[in-house]
Ligand binder design. Structure first.
Ligand code: SF4
Length: 682
């Protein structure tokens, strides 16, 4: 072979409305770094994340090898790019690897038949199979006919066209010392991505998850082998990233570990993050799924890190369902204690649940939510069961056992038009089974909407705290609010009914049906405008603040009054307290994603109670204890040190209100940009 073969490695993302997947592509960084180390000076590598950038580069120069990741959120995009490449260079080689590649021989054969422009699938950790392929590529002079003929390749699967046979190599296990894979940061492979301020660095300190949840790709046997990168290396990577991002607009950091805090060494990493925050104000906030054992360590670590958003995933509190999906039973009282300890640190604690797991009924799901409310979680994020390649739930046996009722929907934000062709991603979801009807699904999805808008919203936390203080069960309150929303006339009811309409309208009977619809230009325009294809829970949660915030505050106020009016309180006092809470919430959070807030423009309200002090005291006394001597004008303003955050969000992201809220609420620690009470004037 004469010159060094050129390899493009891409972990593509859509960037049509917002950058859909906005983390650095460390996965392909590891693959390239490992190949460079083992085959020095043999190949030239270029890494891509942005789909437009890849298409543009393909138009200028075609590589010898195009290798791409294959995940639920970019599988069709990768295949489109592969087809585009092969039409221009039929002798080139296409390699695909990632969690969504077919896992069984039968589906692998189907895959190669449907996608004849793909030569090779790399299984599990891509570094090792890809290296085996590159070695053979060199030995066989880059000739596809010779490479994909004869003996199989370890870590890979290919279809030998000449032998008409599927060749599946042995699985290559994870090495004991993960440091065999060089750092994509310290080798400079991630450097180009630092230029893009919309992208956030991602770091992995541990690979694998010891649990075997049957719905999760990470729950397979291969991935249950847990290995760590050395702390020395992770600390160096953290220094490297902080140095590059400490003065930049985007100072976020994402951790890819499945169970951060589960291992001793994580504590050293937490210390380092805290020290970087003190020295450089980097990272500005920190989110990671928390380890499922050693809660004391997790709590100790989160105590040190500023603006941490802990996620303690539960999925279901039903023992039978937990057993059905191979999750360990949860001790509700133990979890309640953990949540309470995290909240004592001033943290907002989130959890995830999945609707429609094996054995789920409407009642078990409502009970799960009730339990989570009892445990004290601040945010309950509900997901519909997804069927992922390679998981136990996505097998024929599982279908026979559970009689799944499957539907198809667009993966939110994952669509675009490339070289005139519309591309989008579809996910397969479970909206019914032998224990769970489609009507149950619709009812619960509606309830999830109410949860997102009412219970989860950090904007209304003073209302929910007031209700709790007055012995109202928040679960019952949310359920009754939900029933009222379905009937309520006015902007809030209208908004909720349009959410409910979209819930059933977002599902298709088959991928083909979805494709037929979306590839029509007029329907694609609906995707672009957000009329269809958005994450509905996010969309409507955001619309409450972006479009109808004062109406929602009014509605919350009147629903709270209905709940409390018969509990023996003086109606006048009750009304005055609820009205003060409403006004405080408006002052705290109305129009905060604005230049006015970034410049510290105050918001004034007249209050009868010192709601801010009541909140600062963590709601331990009744609000009536905080009554001013006379009505008082109170000014609220953003903290000086947080003005920068608002500017950062406004500068980095589009001026579209919904997009701003989407970004602010999913990637930032929202309370940091709230206004706080500052001045009392008599
Ligand atoms: S759901 Fe979480 S704990 Fe379970 S296998 Fe996946 S990553 Fe591991």
């Amino acid at each position: 072979m004469k010159s060094k073969p050129l390899v493009y490695i891409a972990d593509l993302t859509y960037n049509t409305t917002v950058l859909s997947n906005d983390t650095f592509p460390i996965g392909i960084g590891y693959v390239a770094a490992y190949a460079q180390k083992n085959l020095p000076d043999s190949f030239s590598f270029e890494l891509f994340k942005d789909a437009d950038a890849l298409f543009d580069t393909l138009d200028l120069k075609l590589p010898d090898i195009l290798a791409m990741s294959y995940f639920p959120w970019n599988k069709n995009l990768s295949l489109m790019a592969a087809r585009y490449y092969k039409q221009r260079k039929p002798e080139g080689t296409v390699v695909i690897g990632g969690t969504f590649i077919p896992s069984e021989s039968k589906t692998q054969i189907e895959f190669f038949k449907e996608n004849p422009f793909v030569e090779l699938l790399v299984k599990y950790d891509g570094e090792f199979g890809f290296l085996e392929f590159l070695k053979r590529y060199l030995r066989r002079d880059g000739n596809n006919k010779q490479i994909f003929y004869g003996e199989q390749l370890d870590g890979c699967v290919f279809w030998s066209k000449d032998e008409n046979d599927l060749k599946a190599g042995k699985t290559i296990g994870r090495p004991n010392d993960l440091n065999e894979i060089p750092s994509p940061y310290l080798t400079g492979l991630m450097d180009p991505f630092f230029e893009n301020q919309l992208m956030s660095p991602m770091l992995q300190s541990t690979r694998g998850c010891p649990f075997l949840c049957t719905y999760c790709w990470a729950g397979n046997k291969f991935n249950s082998t847990v290995k760590h990168f050395s702390n020395e290396r992770i600390l160096s990577e953290l220094d490297y990233i902080a140095e590059k991002r400490r003065d930049k607009e985007n100072r976020l950091l994402v951790f890819a570990d499945a169970n951060f805090g589960m291992y001793d060494k994580d504590e050293i990493i937490a210390d380092k993050i805290a020290s970087l925050q003190r020295t450089y104000n980097f990272p500005s906030s920190f989110a990671a799924p928390c380890g499922k054992n050693n809660k004391d360590r997790v709590i100790r670590m989160l105590k040190k890190i500023r603006n941490a958003c802990p996620i303690v995933s539960v999925q279901s509190t039903d023992y039978q369902i937990q057993g059905n999906v191979k999750r360990k039973p949860i001790d509700i009282e133990e979890y309640k204690d953990i949540v309470s300890r995290l909240k004592q640190l001033g943290l907002r604690v989130q959890t995830d649940i999945i609707t429609g797991l094996p054995g789920e009924t409407k009642e078990t799901h409502l009970q799960t939510i009730k339990d989570l409310v009892y445990m004290g979680f601040d945010q309950i994020s509900a997901f519909t069961l997804m069927f992922l390649n390679g998981t136990e739930l996505n097998t024929k046996e599982s279908l026979e056992r559970n009689n799944w009722y499957k539907r198809y929907r667009i993966v939110p934000r994952n669509f675009g038009k490339y070289r005139g062709e519309i591309c989008f991603e579809i996910e397969t979801v479970g909206v019914g089974s032998n224990t769970f009807t489609f009507d149950d699904y619709l009812f619960l999805r509606g309830f999830h909407g109410a949860l997102a808008m009412i219970f989860n919203s950090i904007l209304f936390v003073e209302f929910t705290s007031y209700l709790k203080q007055n012995d109202v069960e928040l679960f019952d309150f949310t359920l009754s609010f939900y029933e009222c929303l379905r009937e309520e006339t006015g902007p809030v009811g209208d908004q909720f009914r349009s959410f409910f309409k979209e819930v059933s309208g977002e599902l298709w009977k088959s991928e083909e049906e979805a494709k037929d619809y979306i590839t029509k230009e007029e329907n694609y325009q609906k995707l672009l405008s957000g009329e269809i294809g958005d994450n509905l829970l996010d969309k409507y949660r955001i619309m409450t603040v972006a479009e109808n915030f004062s109406s929602w505050c009014e509605s919350f106020c009147s629903q709270s009054f209905i709940q409390l009016e018969n509990n023996g309180r003086n109606r006048g006092e009750l009304k005055a307290e609820l009205s003060d809470i409403k006004n405080h919430i408006m002052a705290k959070s109305n129009n905060i994603l604005s230049m006015q807030n970034a410049y510290g423009e105050p918001y004034s309200v007249r209050l009868l109670h010192n709601v801010s002090q009541w909140k600062r005291d963590n709601y331990i006394h009744p609000l009536s204890h905080y009554k001013y001597e006379k009505p008082t004008e109170v000014k609220y303003v953003i903290k000086e040190e947080n003005k920068r955050l608002v500017k950062e969000i406004l500068t980095l992201y589009s001026k579209n209100k919904s997009d701003l809220w989407k970004v602010a609420s999913s990637r930032y620690y929202l309370p940091a940009i709230f206004r706080e009470e500052i001045i009392f004037t008599k």
